[in-house]
Design a protein around this ligand. Structure first.
Ligand code: JB2
Length: 215
């Protein structure tokens, strides 16, 4: 049976996720259908022609009525409390859906890299050998994850970020656009590295750092 996918969220990131899915389908002839998206309102306008079919509370019912099989978290922002993406992922799994992993055909992913379920690798991203990505990770446009990096669940690596070899990013962290992280450093759980920062020492959990050098 072909996968029937619901996107969770219908904002800016959903535009990119839906386009990525369509590009995958076009290049690989993949066997799936984007059935619709759910969002905070349930009444949003279509995104690239994909309809809004409900809200989080209607998801269990939609699984049956729309015969959904898979989901992809298409919200990029972490939301209040910073764990929105993790909560949406957990709720979708609890509804019985399987996370769908999407890798844009223009991304370069080394054969020895590992990418967890529900992760999205956007156009032009590069993932080097022995990198390990958790579940529900976003590697956004032209970001690069070098060899032996370990990226936790629900992490968002924003466009153009550069993670040197051996970097560890723990669960739920946000690495902003254009960030550079030097080799073998660790970004703690739930931390935010602001756009454009250069990280030259470990980042503690749940803090925000910015600037060059980041602090
Ligand atoms: O609790 C929720 C919820 N809260 C917000 N449940 C569900 N199912 N959806 C939720 N949303 C939805 O996330 C909103 O209804 C809306 O559809 C979406 C947020 O859209 P927005 O465009 O504000 O953020 P985004 O995360 O899709 O995109 C941001 O991050 C991307 C990485 C933007 O800054 C983009 O420009 C950026 N590329």
């Amino acid at each position: 049976m072909s996968a029937r996918i619901v996107c969770i969220g219908g904002g800016g990131h959903a535009v990119v996720v839906i386009d990525t899915l369509r590009t995958i389908a076009g290049s690989a002839g993949a066997d799936f259908e984007i059935v619709g998206f759910i969002d905070a309102t349930g009444t949003a306008l279509p995104v690239l022609g994909v309809p809004c079919i409900g809200t989080d509370s209607s998801l269990p019912r939609l699984v049956d009525s729309k015969q959904l099989t898979h989901f992809i978290v298409a919200v990029g922002s972490t939301g209040g409390g910073g764990d929105l993406r993790a909560r949406l992922f957990a709720a979708s799994e609890a509804a019985g859906l399987v996370p769908f992993t999407a890798i844009h055909p223009s991304a370069i992913v080394a054969g020895s890299a590992r990418i967890g379920g529900g992760s999205v690798v956007i156009a032009g991203a590069v993932i080097q050998p022995r990198a390990e990505l958790g579940r529900n990770v976003i590697v956004n446009t032209r970001a690069s994850i070098d060899h032996d990096c370990r990226i936790g669940d629900h992490v968002h690596v924003a466009p153009g970020a550069v993670l040197s070899g051996g970097v560890v990013v723990e669960d739920g962290s946000h690495v902003g656009a254009g960030v550079v992280i030097l080799q073998n450093l660790r970004v703690g759980r739930g931390a935010t590295v602001a756009a454009g920062a250069t990280v030259v020492r470990d980042v503690a959990p749940r803090i925000v750092v910015k600037g060059t050098p980041a602090r």
